[in-house]
Design a protein around this ligand. Structure first.
Ligand SMILES: NC(=O)c1ccc[n+]([C@@H]2O[C@H](COP(=O)([O-])OP(=O)(O)OC[C@H]3O[C@@H](n4cnc5c(N)ncnc54)[C@H](O)[C@@H]3O)[C@@H](O)[C@H]2O)c1
Length: 469
C-alpha cells in the first residue's frame, strides 16, 4: 500500500475530477499523489460534507491516508462549485455514475449534466476525459453536446479512458494497473492523457469507440468466466464431485487462469451486471446478437436460484423458516451492496416465505425485506439454517460449536465457499455448498453406452489387435 508520496509528475497538470465516488475519489487522490493539482467536483451534499471534514465517504483500503496527505499538501481539494473546480483545469475527468435503467440500458443523465456544466463554466479549450463506463458511441454524443454548449472558438476534445479498478483494491489498482486504455480521435490528445499516469504501464491507444468497447468487453468476459464456472459447478453437483479442485485444475492452465473461475451465487456489484446488459443493448442497437453474453446472464440468474432451491429442498420448505444470512456486500473488503448477490439471496428467501435476519460487518445501508442485525450470532439465533452470502474472513473464523448452540437446526449453506467445511461437519452441521452435492444417477440412456464402451474396451484388451494393423 502507498505510504510515500508518488509525486513525480514531470509535468504537473491542473485537473478537475467530476464525481467523488469509488472511481473519482480514487483517481483524484492518486493523481494528486502523482504530483498533479486536483480539484474534485462533487454534487452530493452528504459526500461533500464528509470530505470537507476529512472523512472519506466510501471504504477503500489506503484511500483515507492518501486523501489526507494530498489535501494537507495542497494538491487536492473538494467543491460543489463548478467554476471553482474548473478555475485552472484544462483536463477534466468525468467519473459520474452510469447506473442501469429498468430496461438494462445505462442512464447517461449524470454524464450529460456534468459535461454541460463543465463546458459552460469556462471559455478555455478543454480535454474532456470520460472514465465512466458507457456504451461505444457515447464519446461522439458527448462531443456534440459539448459543441452545443461551447463558447465561440472554444475547442473541446473528448477522450475515452475507461477505468478498470476493483473495489476493495482501488488504490492498488490505480498505481499498478494491467494497462491504461486511451481512446481519442486525435493521437496527440490521447498521448497527453496517457502521459498523466507516468507509471510505465502498457498503454493501449485506440479510437474512442474502441476504448469504450474495451471496458464493456472486459467486464462481459469476466461475467462469462464466472457463469462458465457456475455451469461446471452445477454439473459437479450432479456428478457428486467437488467443483473447487475441478475449477482449479482448469484454471491452472495458463491459457485460462484461475481468477474469476470459481463457483458461487453468481456475479454482482455495480459493474458486471450493468455492463453486460449495456453490451446486449448496444448489440441490439446495431442489429447484432451476442448469444454468449445473453447466456452468461441467464446462467447467473440460475446460480442465485439454485442456492435457494437447494436450501428449500434441504429444509423441506422455506415458508416460515427462520434463516440467518451472513453478508450483504457484493464481495468481501467493500461496503458496496449495488447488485449484490447476497442482497438478491435475501430477497429470494423472503419471496419464498422465509423470515430472514441478515448481518454484514461493513455493508452500507441497503433496503432489504429483512431485519439487519449487528453480529453473526444474532443472525444465527433460533435459525433453521445459515447462509454465508459474502466471503468475509470473519465468517471463516466463527466457532461452529458456538454458532450451532444458537441455532434451531445445524444446517449451513456456504454459497461462497468461505468456510472450513470439515470443521463445521465435525460440529454436527450439514454443510451445503455450490458445486458440491449428492450425485444424481445417470439416465439409463446415457449410462448404457458408457457401460457398453467399457465392456467392448475390455473385450478388445483381452484380444489385442495384430501389431501394425
Ligand atoms: N465502482 C467500480 O468498481 C467501478 C470500476 C470501473 C468503472 N466504474 C464506472 O465508473 C463510473 C463511476 O462509478 P462509481 O462506482 O465511482 O460511482 P459512484 O456512484 O460511487 O460515484 C459517482 C459520483 O458522482 C457524483 N456526481 C454525479 N453527478 C455529478 C455532477 N454533475 N457533478 C459532480 N458530481 C456528480 C455522485 O454524487 C457520486 O458521488 C460508473 O460509470 C461505473 O460504471 C466503476
Amino acid at each position: 500500500m502507498t505510504s510515500i508520496t508518488h509525486g513525480h509528475a514531470e509535468r504537473p497538470t491542473d485537473l478537475c475530477i467530476v464525481g467523488a465516488g469509488y472511481v473519482g475519489l480514487t483517481a483524484a487522490a492518486c493523481f494528486a499523489d502523482l504530483g498533479h493539482r486536483v480539484r474534485c467536483l462533487e454534487a452530493s451534499p452528504a459526500r461533500l460534507g464528509l470530505l470537507r471534514r476529512g472523512v472519506v465517504p466510501i471504504f477503500e483500503p489506503g484511500l483515507d491516508e492518501l486523501v489526507a496527505r494530498n489535501v494537507a499538501a495542497g494538491r487536492l481539494s473538494f467543491t460543489d462549485d463548478v467554476h471553482e473546480a474548473m478555475a485552472e483545469a484544462s483536463i477534466v475527468f468525468m467519473c459520474v455514475g452510469t447506473p442501469p435503467r429498468a430496461d438494462g440500458t445505462p442512464d447517461l443523465g449524470q454524464l450529460a449534466c456534468a459535461a454541460r456544466d463543465v463546458v459552460t463554466s469556462t471559455g478555455r479549450d478543454l480535454i474532456l476525459v470520460n472514465k465512466s463506463t458507457v456504451p461505444p458511441g457515447t464519446g461522439e454524443a458527448l462531443e456534440l453536446l459539448s459543441e452545443e454548449h461551447a463558447a465561440p472558438g472554444q475547442r473541446i476534445s473528448v477522450v475515452s479512458n475507461p477505468e478498470f479498478l476493483r473495489e476493495s483494491r482501488a488504490v492498488e489498482d490505480f498505481f499498478h494497473p494491467d494497462r491504461i486504455v486511451v481512446g481519442a480521435e486525435d493521437a496527440e490528445t490521447g498521448r497527453r492523457v496517457a502521459e498523466l499516469y507516468e507509471m510505465g504501464t502498457p498503454v493501449v491507444l485506440s479510437d474512442r469507440r474502441g476504448a469504450e468497447l474495451v471496458k464493456y468487453a472486459s467486464n462481459v468476459f469476466l461475467a462469462i468466466k464466472i457463469s462458465f464456472a457456475n455451469e461446471i459447478a452445477g454439473l459437479c453437483e450432479r456428478l457428486g464431485t467437488d467443483a473447487t479442485p475441478v475449477l482449479r485444475g482448469v484454471g491452472l492452465d495458463s491459457r485460462i487462469g484461475t481468477q474469476f473461475l470459481s463457483q458461487g451465487p453468481g456475479y454482482g456489484g455495480s459493474c458486471l451486471p450493468k455492463d453486460l446488459s449495456g453490451l446486449l443493448a448496444v448489440g441490439e442497437a446495431v442489429g447484432y446478437e451476442a448469444p454468449l453474453a445473453a447466456a452468461a446472464e441467464a446462467t447467473n440468474a440460475r446460480a442465485r436460484r439454485s442456492v435457494i432451491d437447494r436450501l428449500e429442498t434441504a429444509l423441506g420448505g422455506l415458508n416460515g423458516a427462520r434463516i440467518g444470512v451472513l453478508g450483504l456486500a457484493f464481495k468481501p473488503g467493500t461496503d458496496d451492496t449495488r447488485d449484490s448477490p447476497a442482497v438478491d439471496l435475501v430477497r429470494l428467501l423472503v419471496e419464498r416465505g422465509a423470515i430472514v435476519h441478515a448481518q454484514d460487518p461493513l455493508a452500507s445501508p441497503v433496503t432489504i425485506p429483512a431485519a439487519r442485525v449487528d453480529e453473526p450470532l444474532e443472525a444465527a439465533r433460533d435459525a433453521d439454517a445459515l447462509v454465508v452470502a459474502t466471503g468475509w474472513p470473519e465468517y471463516a473464523a466463527l466457532d461452529p460449536e458456538i454458532v450451532g448452540r444458537a441455532m434451531a437446526r445445524r444446517i449451513i449453506f456456504d454459497a461462497v465457499n468461505a468456510l472450513p467445511s470439515q470443521a463445521w461437519r465435525d460440529a454436527g452441521f450439514t454443510v451445503y455448498g455450490v458445486g458440491r452435492g449428492a450425485p444424481t444417477s445417470f439416465h439409463p440412456v446415457v449410462w448404457a453406452p458408457i457401460e457398453w464402451a467399457l465392456r467392448s474396451g475390455a473385450v478388445a484388451a483381452a484380444a489385442p489387435a495384430v501389431a501394425g494393423a
